[in-house]
Write a protein that binds this ligand. Structure first.
Ligand code: GLU
Length: 395
């Protein structure tokens, strides 16, 4: 056994400590917690979770919910049979259920004076850079307004090939996209066990997982095993996405009335530690595009702003070259052509050309719409250190 990967000893309060420090928290809620075929929508449970969300927000945290339940709710209201249904039936169910789901969250959060916003995503919205920037910017703005985004997969328009398919992975992608500190999966089990605790009395709970090794993956079972019906295999897939993106992940029991309060009071959970800081992970992601698609040259004022961690505004740009789209990676160089930074373009090259040296108040008359103030947002800029710069010069 890899002793470094599993930490059986120092678990006490690890998940709680992490939650206390976290600034941005994503909480994933599965259909089984929200909907019971016999008793319907679990509004009391939702009220408990909404109170937990309010407590987190009072502590200054930003909260994003990833909530399943649209298909379960829609199936019920359309009177669809139990058992397997076809994709188009699921989509019809989701279209019906999603309205109810969004409304239910709105109502659960309202007593705490918290507004909810519905965000429906398909995989390409998190993976394609242009769409990623749009989704991230919108959610960022909602969080600035104190709103709780409630995210689900856009089930109605996705096909089998392009589905996330499960909200564990969707939640991990959202947490990565938003550079969250922690993703909490509310489950029907209080964490990872070395074998299925429902079948083995001697199953050992694993409180802290520092590395998702093959041994850990085996504990989750394969996608088809009975243990996986509890979803542990997809939870481990989510853990891999999250932790390699700088997001720690917690699996805890969501079946109590206020599961996050329970976590704060030391309820048992499994914590998957993050491999690196979210900001480092985002820089890696920005630089993971193999090639830059263009270059902008900037004036000395913009160089200073960039070094001070600010965004790049078109006003500071003197030259645009190459053919790039919004979301493509571009070089940002000084007047001598020395590449100082790389970043994701906020505008395609045609518009960037038109905006050279212009102030944002004039953008609308030039490109026909108000647009964004930044050519490259500060979150999407990676300053090159000496070594990286040299490498770029040589290549
Ligand atoms: N998006 C689906 C729904 O809301 C659920 C997917 C999942 O639970 O993993 O019903």
């Amino acid at each position: 056994m890899n002793r470094g990967a599993l930490n059986h000893a120092s678990s006490d309060g690890a998940a709680h400590t992490l939650l206390t420090k976290a600034q941005r928290v994503v909480i994933k809620i599965g259909s089984a917690l929200l909907f019971d075929p016999k008793t319907g929508l679990q509004t009391d449970w939702m009220a408990g979770l909404a109170a937990d969300v309010a407590t987190l927000k009072q502590a200054g945290k930003q909260v994003i919910l990833v909530s399943s339940g649209s298909i379960a709710l829609g199936r019920d209201s359309l009177g669809m049979p139990t058992g397997r249904i076809k994709l188009d039936e699921k989509q019809a169910a989701a279209a019906t259920g999603q309205i109810q789901l969004a409304q239910a969250w709105m109502e659960a959060l309202r007593p705490h004076d918290i507004k909810a916003a519905q965000i429906l995503l398909a995989p390409e919205d998190t993976e394609t850079r242009r769409r990623h920037l749009n989704a991230r910017a919108t959610m960022q703005r909602l969080l600035d307004y104190g709103v709780v985004p409630v995210v689900n997969e856009n089930d109605t328009i996705t096909t089998y090939e392009i589905r996330f398919g499960d909200n564990d992975r969707l939640a991990a992608r959202v947490a990565a996209m938003m550079s969250a500190d922690v993703l909490i999966l509310l489950s029907d089990i209080d964490g990872l066990y070395h074998k299925n605790p429902r079948h083995h009395a001697d199953a050992r709970h694993i409180p802290v997982i520092d590395e998702i090794t093959d041994e850990v993956l085996q504990m989750g079972g394969s996608a088809n095993s009975d243990f996986a019906s509890g979803g542990m295999a997809t939870k481990l897939a989510a853990a891999r996405i999250a932790t390699t993106s700088g997001v720690a992940m917690i699996i805890c029991d969501g079946q109590t009335t206020a599961p996050l309060s329970a976590l704060s009071q030391g309820a048992r959970a499994s914590l998957f530690t993050a491999k690196l800081a979210p900001s480092t992970a985002r820089k890696n992601w920005i630089l993971s595009a193999l090639e830059t698609e263009g270059q902008v040259k900037i004036d000395s004022g913009a160089v200073g702003a960039l070094r001070g961690g600010k965004s790049l505004l078109p006003a500071g740009v003197t030259h645009v070259s190459g053919q790039f789209d919004r979301g493509d990676l571009i070089d940002i160089a000084d007047q001598e052509g020395v590449v100082l930074a790389r970043g994701l373009a906020g505008y395609a090259h045609e518009e960037a050309q038109q905006l050279i040296g212009q102030k944002s108040t004039d953008f609308e008359s030039i490109i026909g719409y108000e647009g964004r103030a930044e050519l490259v947002h500060a979150d999407d800029i990676v300053l090159m250190n000496g070594a990286e710069r040299q490498k770029t010069d040589e290549s």
